[in-house]
Design a protein around this ligand. Structure first.
Ligand SMILES: Nc1ncnc2c1ncn2[C@@H]1O[C@H](COP(=O)(O)OP(=O)(O)OP(=O)(O)O)[C@@H](O)[C@H]1O
Ligand SMILES: [Mg+2]
Length: 263
């Protein structure tokens, strides 16, 4: 579904160029739930923005269904850390909006928006306005809005729940996994929360900083819903934490183990 080949990205900084991504090579198969983790500044958001078509890489290629990404499009739903909802539209109106923009008929948009809102557990607040919702509910609306887009077979999420308290975050993770299981999409999910990555992902990409590049992949085969209290879960978390600390140190240029790991 996505193929990145020799992707390099530089930003112009105040003291010269910042090498944000170096030789990124990556394939993401359809319907995979890929979590990207890594220390601050390792290029996670940059990669997501390139796939979103919001940033154009300096060199290399990023292909979506075999074609180079030329800009943003209705085939990709994006959810950022702060849910940007329309304050003057109801919950239902927020979800319907994107569908109407895609020239879906009013009746069809209404039907689809209602169905997605039921799936994310917001059926009972469809007619409320964003200010009448809790923070967690607003995030669910943002997820529903991205999910509702009929052509968006790719969802790009950049720390969508990081501003949410731990308990509500877990609820949101469950809604997300439940929605994904019922209506599969390819998900590229950036997080700095290792627990969240192990809970959600089919595969975890750990990136390394300075310059941002691929560190290691962890394949997570544990059946869902995953048990955070299981030994396997804790072991994988501990391993990733260890590896994250090692990779955060630029002087550590070797990996502790093989580049791929399965749990
Ligand atoms: N618009 C920009 N202009 C200049 N430099 C930028 C810009 N955006 C990002 N950078 C730099 O590029 C590097 C990668 O940034 P990026 O936002 O991709 O990191 P990140 O992994 O998402 O970090 P975080 O975990 O803090 O969100 C950082 O050094 C950052 O300072
Ligand atoms: Mg970021």
């Amino acid at each position: 579904m996505i193929r990145a080949v020799h992707v390099e990205h530089y930003y112009e900084g105040q003291n010269g160029w910042i090498h944000a991504l170096s030789d990124l090579n990556l394939e993401i198969p359809a319907n995979e739930f890929l979590c990207v983790i890594g220390p601050s500044g390792c290029g996670k958001s940059t990669f997501l923005k390139i796939v979103a078509g919001l940033v154009r890489q300096s060199s290399g290629e990023v292909l979506l269904h075999g074609a180079p990404i030329a800009g943003p499009g209705p085939d990709r739903g994006i959810v950022f850390q702060e849910p940007a909802l329309f304050a003057w539209r109801t919950v239902l109106g927020n979800v319907e909006f994107g569908l109407q923009m895609q020239k879906m008929s009013k009746a069809e948009a209404r039907h689809r928006a209602e169905r997605i809102l039921e799936i994310v557990g917001l059926g009972h607040v469809m007619n409320l306005y964003p200010y009448q919702l809790s923070g967690g509910m607003r995030h669910r609306v943002a997820v529903a809005r991205a999910w509702a887009l009929p052509k968006a077979d790719l969802l790009l999420m950049d720390e969508p729940f990081s501003a949410i308290d731990a308990i509500n975050r877990m609820t949101l993770q469950d809604y997300l996994i439940d929605t994904w299981s019922r209506e599969k999409r390819t998900v590229l999910y950036v997080t700095h929360d290792i627990d969240e990555a192990v809970y959600l992902a089919d595969r975890i990409l750990l990136m390394r900083p300075s310059p941002g590049r691929i560190g290691r992949f962890f394949e997570v085969k544990m059946p869902r819903p995953r048990d955070r209290n299981s030994a396997q879960f804790s072991e994988l978390k501990a391993l990733i934490t260890l590896e994250m600390h090692r990779t955060a140190d630029p002087s550590e240029d070797t990996l502790a183990g093989p580049p791929e790991f399965t749990a």
